[in-house]
Design a protein around this ligand. Structure first.
Ligand code: NAD
Length: 455
């Protein structure tokens, strides 16, 4: 840390010899480096604990006082983070939740896991990143490694982060190391935890790449080096846009297949038997979460700056946004066909998280569906064992504080499956008047019945 004598270590890379701090490499390789993870939300907190498990001393830094207080009191607020592990980490003395402190800023390695949302005009909002960079620039010292993990457009590390950090008077890749390593996270997955997933790393120069790779090699199975930070940023855009476009595509095809009387589920399952050139995506009520609905627009915005359009991104976004009204229209049409009066039938949404088996409700398609149903006079509540109470929702403030209901008196109710968590007893849902299924949840579980309507 500060004051440690800098020795340089020379590597013979393909582009000639590069010089990196041997001290920092030693600290990383011997797990004696002190690491700060700034932004301890859905990705930062599990990452901070993974690093603690790897053997590093970790500062878990967040601007939110309540989150720091919760961590200190051993109350994990991110679903999937075990209280027992947090307790062990806190007791070890090597896991330190904190707001901005000089000591945290001077850590050997600083990872930025900050939010990168869009503003109301769909423009990237990098305010958290700028604020943190300003703070770091006031404390930056020689030999530190700074890595951005937040999702963002190609050019952010070089054009936004680097100039702010260099206000310290230090130069990136010479005095300190700067890299971009997009976070990869499969929320809810027990098979693919942070430490099981290969990571892509790009540095602002060879020395930064070398040090950043050495760091990621300590806790991931494979590190993929790319030429620069712009390429690493583009990798993340590619991954998420690929997903957004394919989800939108399969949802559009479902609409067409329904009109043609084709069974979409059967068609997809059959197509998925092709052992090459096809990847299965399943239709649903639209994409949600912090990534897929947001990240593609980072690239679309950047493309506009260089006179280009990202037509696929815009189209996928449009198809996604239209899904809720299409689903509600089909629900109301089917109610009329079955003689169900929706304004006299309580509706229960099953699953409000944006995808199965997680508790994250950000940008969930449940909320546009709920709002639309309410707007035509339908009484709507929800059942979600993973989300006992709704948090503050960016675009749907009217639902904040709503609590999950028990599934009782089902024969009087209509159900809409939005997210099919495994913990729900799907067979019991057959007792409802009607079950509108947006995800083929019943069929996937081998459940059939006249009350099930796939919408
Ligand atoms: N959630 C995912 O599955 C996922 C996966 C891959 C990548 N990402 C990307 O990772 C980044 C973080 O996402 P997330 O889901 O963890 O977001 P989050 O909102 O859950 O967490 C961000 C945390 O940063 C804190 N914060 C905000 N401003 C801050 C500041 N100025 N200084 C310090 N802390 C600050 C917030 O209080 C919050 O705890 C985003 O760029 C996101 O796109 C997310």
């Amino acid at each position: 840390m500060q004051g440690r004598k800098q020795q340089r270590h020379r590597f013979g890379g393909s582009g000639g010899t590069i010089s990196v701090s041997k001290n920092l490499l030693d600290l990383i390789q011997n797990r004696r480096a002190q690491v700060a993870v700034v932004g301890c939300g859905y990705v930062g907190l599990p990452l901070a604990l993974t690093l603690w498990r790897t053997g590093f001393r970790v500062f878990a830094v967040d601007i939110d006082k309540e989150k720091i207080a919760a961590l200190r009191a051993c109350r994990p607020y991110v679903w999937g983070v075990e209280e027992s592990e947090l307790k062990q980490a806190l007791n070890s003395g090597d896991f330190v939740p904190t707001q901005y402190t000089d000591e945290a800023a001077k850590s050997d390695v600083v990872l930025l896991c900050l939010p990168t949302p869009l503003d109301e005009n769909n423009i990237p909002d990098l305010s958290a990143l700028r604020q943190t960079a300003e703070w770091l620039s006031q404390h930056l010292r020689k030999g530190q490694l700074i890595v951005l993990e937040s999702t963002t457009y190609p050019g952010t590390t070089e054009e936004v982060l680097r100039p702010i950090l260099e206000r310290s008077g230090l130069t990136a890749d010479r005095d300190f190391y700067l890299a971009y390593a997009p976070h990869r996270y499969d929320p809810g997955s027990k098979e693919r935890r942070i430490g099981d997933i290969p990571r892509v790393v790009g540095g602002v120069g060879d020395a930064s790449l070398e040090v950043a790779c050495a760091f990621y090699e300590t806790f991931t199975p494979k590190v993929v080096r790319v030429s620069n930070t712009q390429t690493a940023e583009a990798v993340k855009m590619l991954e998420n846009i690929f997903r957004a476009v394919n989800i939108a595509l399969v949802n559009e095809l479902k609409e067409v297949f329904m009109k043609l009387g084709v069974d979409t589920y059967e068609a997809i399952e059959a197509a998925a038997t092709k052992p090459f050139g096809f990847m299965k995506f399943t239709p649903g009520p639209g994409f949600g979460g912090h990534c897929v609905p947001v990240d593609p627009f980072y690239l679309a915005w950047r493309a506009k700056q260089v006179g280009m359009e990202c037509d696929f991104v815009e189209l996928a976004g449009r198809i996604n946004r239209q899904l809720a009204s299409k689903i509600v229209w089909r629900i109301l049409t089917e109610c009329a066909r079955r003689g169900i009066n929706p304004s006299q039938t309580p509706f229960v949404i099953i699953g409000v998280a944006y995808k199965p088996n997680i508790a994250d409700t950000r940008e969930s398609p449940a909320f546009p569906i709920m709002r639309l149903l309410r707007s035509v006079g339908v009484s709507v509540c929800y059942h979600d064992p993973l989300v006992p109470k709704l948090p503050k929702l960016r675009l749907y403030p009217e639902f904040e504080g709503m609590a999950s209901v028990e599934l009782d008196r089902l024969s009087e109710k209509a159900l809409v499956i939005v997210s099919d968590h495994d913990v729900v007893d799907y067979r019991s849902l057959l007792r409802a008047q009607v079950v509108f299924d947006t995800r083929f949840a019943m069929r996937k579980r081998g459940i059939s019945g006249a009350t099930i309507v796939e919408v």
